[in-house]
Design a protein around this ligand. Sequence first.
Ligand code: ADP
Ligand code: GLC
Length: 482
Amino acid sequence: MKRVLFAASECVPFVKTGGLADVVGSLPKYFDPKKYDVRVILPKYNCMFQQWKDMMVYQESFQMDINNKREYVGVLSCTYDGIVFYFVDNEYYFSGRTIYEGDEKWNIERFAFFSKAVLSVLPVIDFRPDILHCHDWQTALIPVYLDNFRYLGEYYRGIKTLMTIHNLKFQGIWDTKTVKQITGLPQYYFVPDKLEAYKDANLLKGGIVYADKVTTVSHSYAQEIQTPFYGEGLHGLMYARSNDLYGIVNGLDYKEFSPFLDERIHKRFTVENFRKNKVQNKLALQEEVGLDQNPKVMLIGIVSRLTDQKGFDLIECVLDELCQDALQLVVLGTGEPKYENLFRHFAWKYPGQVSASIFYNEDLSHRIYASCDAFLMPSLFEPCGLSQLMSLRYGTIPIVRETGGLKDTVEPYNEYTKMGTGFRFANYNAHEMLDTIRYAQRVFYDKKRDWNKIVERAMEQDFSWKNSAGKYEALYKGLVGS
Ligand code: ADP
Ligand code: GLC
């Protein structure tokens, strides 16, 4: 039996801002339990719902040196859905109102503490992993600290590390002097072939340099990040590590996202009866979010962080034009004020046609995935994307830009071969997007049979974790044997 510990800054159902939480919360359940004991460690944030905090049981506490201070490290644990979760407690670092807060320096302090604490708690919880599986910049110092901890003795030697990049855009960058002080790591690490990048200290770079293997969340993104456009300044390093870099596309928790089991949606449906039942969801959603009730109009959904990454400047550019068409738009998201206000404005300008829910709501997100005809995701870059997978699962046809995971998971509709599960466009260009949406409208309104066949194919896709968990297992096996 091999032991694996996932370390991350967010994880469903405890705390979530995006797809990282979905992946960290669902993937551990899909490893072969006879071969792998996979557990997860997270910070214990004060902003977690009481319901989750009530489940946690205190294990141990001790003091740890960090940032020239002694800090309290508490460890709590709970078992949920068969998986053991550990939580690192420290009020000074994790008592904020949101999980990411303040400036980059403060977040570097918080997650440097967490990363060092993850290694320090291992003997205390008596779980020495064969593999530490780190996710994104917040846990990227773990492989670096591990290198440093090897000198402390036998215990830490031989633990392997895997660094998964969910988003290369976020790296954890601050000036070297400050990061040296915060982390307590020696000067040895702050040179250009280790943590230093462009004169500053870069935590994610450290993780990529020191991890035994590196993965990212789709095959295309693994290729893209080796180029200057997508490489966020680290394309040279990604290329240098390309022999150890793997793209493994994310899966979905098919029990959580299921049109025939989902209790959050109005009317459940299957690939056999969606023609009759899916539209019931549309009518209910239109009523819920204040759109004109009309079973026939094409309803397009967006559920997203409202950031540049997701292509909202393209939408902004043609939204007025789009609203002249016979379609409705339902938006659920939070993020940059300019985009929040954009959608609020359009909901005011086109009442009954555009609806803007500018907040975070899990239940409503399920109803949008289940109820819409199409889902718009014109991302500038997309490491994987889970929203389009959720849409496919509910027969809501994705309209996407061909990048990263969107390219790997949405097959373009071809009217001649009658294949495909969605609509795609290549260039980051607002009118190319608009043309593609209009092409989708033509199929929706004029070729209903073809549209329904696309829905059928979309629903029949398999993006459960079944395949991808196997690929992670193969990587683990390569690191520590079976
Ligand atoms: P990213 O991780 O870049 O935000 P993904 O597509 O991988 O993009 O994952 C986004 C996740 O966050 C999905 O589970 C999506 O449903 C969810 N989500 C985003 N915004 C909201 C919101 N306002 N309310 C509910 N869920 C949301
Ligand atoms: C990141 C990416 C998204 C991906 C998610 C989970 O947030 O932006 O594309 O699906 O991580 O891996």
